[in-house]
Design a protein around this ligand. Structure first.
Ligand code: TNX
Length: 529
């Protein structure tokens, strides 16, 4: 059946029988299934030309959708069951999300043409193999981080990525909205964040073969309505969006817009522009009450734009905050005294803990990179473990929820093969096989601590990805391997059947081709890549 990610249980008819659709199939959707019915009409309708009208009273739909909450207990949240036989398609989800994931399986079974936006000419004749599938995800957090700060991805691209996540049964989009190199979300109260902070004169090193790298200015941002649209689009597709506003490091774009946010007693922050280089930046936020208020105002708007149903988790960064300016700044030293915190690290913890409480009081949970562990955290805070598994292990053992995204495994900015022709010379090699053998739960965790691993995400940092073609190249096919590692219940990493996965990938490449995804070809980059 060549399904990716591989389902928990699947059987296919031994006689090879198939259900053949007529030219005008009808759809029966039970209560709670209306959203997925709409999705099928829109997406499968585009590829097949079907209108999928509602089945009349007493008529049996060719496709029958139902939500059966009773199933959640036995099969788990987001689970689905799919049967195809002489009676057509029966798809039942434990919830609407499960139903949507089942619809992805259905689409894969229909074949690559089901991923196109218009029917192909010629004798169509859609059919499905008789199958029985019972499937459920291993983890509730199956995510991808998209860094839209280093290089802006226009709104249409983000919506397309939401569709690509859905096609792989992934359900979290972590949007890295701010960094030294750009501020990408309009904040009405502080307009200079995007008027100034969304634009940089040039990026000093793009991709070596790119005609864009040389002194090309770069910028862009999402308006408030763009964000509302992205969030609504994701919500309809059962994708949670985690907005990230990175503090107190990675903040030079904000300081360029509002110099009072920086450490003015040690640097002339008014002279700073949006950063035109990559790496870890020393221009960090000043540890003042005014800065806290400013960011509370920012987060107030963020919470308004990202409602709790779609974004129960809000990311505050917390990574890579060099302390040199705080060490040099008399004002920061006085603050350390005044607050009675433990040096510069204590100041960083003070920042994060402030927003931890602030977000908790508003019904949200803070997420931060594993540096936030340094300094003590409230119980509800979630840790993104990126510097390997260590932070995640420590956090889980201390009772915090964790999202695993170790750079050694799932940083998709790192190159996927060695070789001089490889267009992305960043980091170490993280091959398709490496990603396939990614295991979110380290074996040394106790069962109790392992229960704190909410799941995992693949991180797409875009320093060297200045357009969608480059993002596609880095993300695919590795995201397909990642999806299987977080959705499916695979054996231990060493005993995983990578060859079997590769064999199934042949069918998956055809789906990606139909979708127009510019993945890295298995034989290596094309000459223009
Ligand atoms: C580290 S991961 C970073 C990012 C970079 C990335 C490049 C993390 C929390 N910080 O700012 O883009 O490495 O691989």
């Amino acid at each position: 059946m060549d399904l990716i990610p591989v389902p928990q249980h699947a059987t296919v008819d031994e006689e090879g029988r198939r259900y053949a659709f007529g030219p005008r199939p009808v759809l029966a959707a039970g209560p709670g299934a209306e959203g997925v019915a709409r999705w099928l009409r829109r997406e499968l309708g585009a590829a097949t030309g079907w209108e999928l009208p509602a089945a009349g009273a007493g008529a049996r739909g060719d496709v029958r959708l139902a939500v059966d909450p009773g199933r959640a207990e036995a099969d788990g949240p987001e689970s689905y069951r799919l049967t195809v036989d002489a009676d057509g398609v029966e798809l039942t989800g434990a919830d609407a999300a499960g139903l949507l994931w089942g619809a992805q399986t259905l689409r894969q079974l229909l074949g690559p043409a089901a991923y196109r936006r218009a029917p192909l000419a010629g004798p169509a004749g859609w059919s499905l193999p008789y199958v029985g599938v019972a499937d459920a995800p291993r983890f509730g957090w199956r995510g991808m981080l998209l860094d839209v700060a280093r290089h802006f991805m226009p709104k249409e691209g983000v919506l397309r990525y939401i569709d690509l996540l859905v096609a792989h049964k992934l359900n979290v989009l972590h949007l890295h909205l701010t960094d030294d190199q750009g501020w990408r979300i309009e904040i009405a109260r502080h307009p200079r964040l995007t008027e100034v902070g969304a634009w940089r004169p040039r990026s000093r090193w793009g991709h070596r073969a790119s005609p864009l790298w040389n002194d090309t200015p770069h910028g862009g941002f999402y308006t408030r309505d763009d964000i509302r649209e992205i969030v609504a689009y994701a919500a309809e597709r059962h994708v949670r969006v985690v907005p990230e506003i990175d503090i107190p490091g990675h903040s030079q774009a904000a300081i360029a817009a509002y110099p009072e946010l920086g450490n003015r007693d040690v640097v002339d922050t008014a002279a700073l522009g949006v950063w035109d280089d990559w790496g870890v930046n020393e221009n960090v936020l000043a540890p003042t009450e005014d800065v806290l208020r400013f960011y509370e105002e920012v987060f107030e708007e963020v919470l308004e734009l990202f409602p709790v149903e779609v974004s129960p988790f809000v990311h505050v960064g917390g990574d890579e905050c060099p302390k040199a300016q705080w060490r040099a700044s008399p004002a920061a030293r006085a603050r350390i005294e005044e607050l009675g915190v433990d040096g510069e690290d204590g100041l960083q913890a003070w920042f994060i803990r402030h927003f931890d409480g602030w977000l908790a009081a508003r019904g949200r949970r803070l997420v931060g990179w594993d540096e936030i562990l340094e300094g003590g955290l409230a119980d509800g805070a979630v840790v993104s473990s990126w510097r390997g598994y260590g932070g995640g292990i420590a956090a889980a053992e201390a009772g915090h929820d964790v999202v695993m995204c170790p750079e050694q495994r799932v940083y998709l900015d790192h190159r996927q093969a060695d070789g001089p022709e490889e267009p992305m010379p960043i980091g170490y090699v993280r091959s398709l096989e490496d990603v396939y053998r990614f295991e979110p739960v380290p074996p040394k965790l106790s069962a109790e601590a392992a229960a704190h691993v909410l799941g995992a995400q693949a991180n797409v940092w875009t320093e060297v990805m200045e357009n969608q073609a480059r993002v596609d190249y880095q993300v695919f096919p590795r995201l397909a391997a990642f999806a299987e590692a977080v959705w499916s219940r695979l054996p231990e990493p060493e005993s995983r059947d990578y060859e079997g996965f590769e064999a199934r990938m042949a069918a998956h490449y055809a789906r990606l081709d139909a979708l127009g995804v510019g993945y890295r070809p298995p034989a290596g980059p094309l000459p223009w890549q």
